[in-house]
Design a protein around this ligand. Structure first.
Ligand SMILES: Cc1cc2nc3c(=O)[nH]c(=O)nc-3n(C[C@H](O)[C@H](O)[C@H](O)COP(=O)(O)O)c2cc1C
Length: 334
């Protein structure tokens, strides 16, 4: 059933899960771990998702893969995203995820364009092969047995001659999914060109309120959120690249949607969030791997700072927490 919308920012339900708002953090491999999700929740994200987790690796009991499932300390509700092309393995993996991580939602990746993933019949191969998408979704829905809602994230299709989003969406609804997200680029596009929001408008028309529809793709600012909701009637939006370096984009967006007034977050506040993210990541991974991982993230945090190109040279050479503290000290003084 359609969620009741009173403004562009509004509560919504995914199955029986009630969320305060409709601004989500997208699944992003190598980024949306529990440290980044923690700062995004502090920055106002209403719902978050892990990066894609291999169903095969879960079934093999890979310890490294299990670490990806971890809930952030401030995370009241989150989704674990799993990928795979085999319905039985996906069903088994969903059971493992519920047993080990107790997430509020399980999301199925039907959009990843990486050749290795696609070759295994997973990711965007499932948007193209919508019969298999039905089998995979149904197997996961049956496996979780109503314990949590199952959602699916698709692309618009394989390439421009094979825009299969409509059949994929029908398959997902028929298999019992509780929500659908579309990134309206094809597998062939990767991350190039523009996301075609007009397809999101067609998707919401096609779904006709049976389940909530979420948008992902080229949503980089509060204004973009307003535009995409107004143009397509989606129920919620996901920030992916738009949250990198600015986890406060969620709060900025909520404020903008509710008041019409833009609100900027001071660079010091963004850098402080980055330092918090670093501290959490150190607890999770140890200092050296965490610092290496944070280099690219601090490059994003430093965008727009004075002397940011020189700063980036130092960021990519930082090895310890102290290195980062020293190089950002001039920017976070009160
Ligand atoms: C580095 C990177 C990693 C991504 N990893 C995932 C992933 O694990 N699962 C997924 O469904 N989408 C993944 N995506 C796609 C994003 O969730 C999102 O749909 C896409 O980036 C478009 O949104 P944007 O234009 O706001 O970045 C990834 C995107 C990027 C750039």
């Amino acid at each position: 059933m359609k969620n009741t919308k009173t403004s562009l920012y509004h509560p919504l339900k995914i199955g029986n899960l009630h969320l305060e708002g409709n601004l989500f953090l997208a699944p992003v491999a190598g980024y949306s771990d529990c440290a980044f999700r923690y700062v995004c929740i502090e920055g106002g994200a209403n719902f978050t998702c892990t990066e894609m987790v291999s169903s095969e690796a879960l079934v093999r009991n890979s310890v490294k893969t299990e670490q990806l499932l971890k809930r952030a300390e401030n995370e009241k509700a989150y989704a674990v995203q799993i990928f795979g092309g085999n319905p039985q393995i996906m069903a088994q993996a969903a059971g493992i995820v519920i047993q080990k991580a107790h997430p509020e939602v399980i999301d199925i990746n039907a959009g990843c364009p990486v050749p290795k993933i696609v070759k295994s019949g997973a990711g965007s191969a499932l948007t193209r092969d919508f019969e298999q998408l039905y089998q995979v979704t149904k197997a996961v829905v049956d496996a979780v047995n109503g314990e949590v809602p199952v959602t699916v994230k698709i692309r618009s299709g394989w390439d421009y001659s094979n825009l299969t989003w409509k059949q994929a969406a029908t398959a997902v609804v028929q298999a019992g999914a509780a929500a659908i997200t579309m990134h309206p680029r094809t597998r062939a596009q990767g991350y190039e060109g523009k996301a075609d929001w007009s397809l999101l408008a067609k998707l919401t028309e096609h779904i006709a309120g049976q389940i909530p529809v979420f948008a992902s793709g080229d949503i980089f600012s509060p204004q973009a959120v307003k535009d995409v909701i107004e143009q397509t009637n989606v129920d919620g939006v996901m920030f992916a690249r738009g949250a990198m370096g600015n986890p406060f984009v969620f709060e900025e967006t909520r404020h903008f949607l509710q008041t019409g007034v833009a609100m900027d977050t001071a660079p010091q506040i963004r850098i402080r969030a980055g330092m918090k993210e670093l501290r959490i990541l150190i607890q999770e991974k140890g200092e050296i791997p965490a610092c290496r991982e944070m280099r690219k993230r601090f490059c994003a945090y430093s965008k727009g700072l004075e002397g940011s190109s020189q700063l980036r040279t130092r960021i990519v050479a930082a090895n310890t927490q102290k290195d980062f503290e020293e190089l950002f000290a001039p920017y976070i003084q009160d």
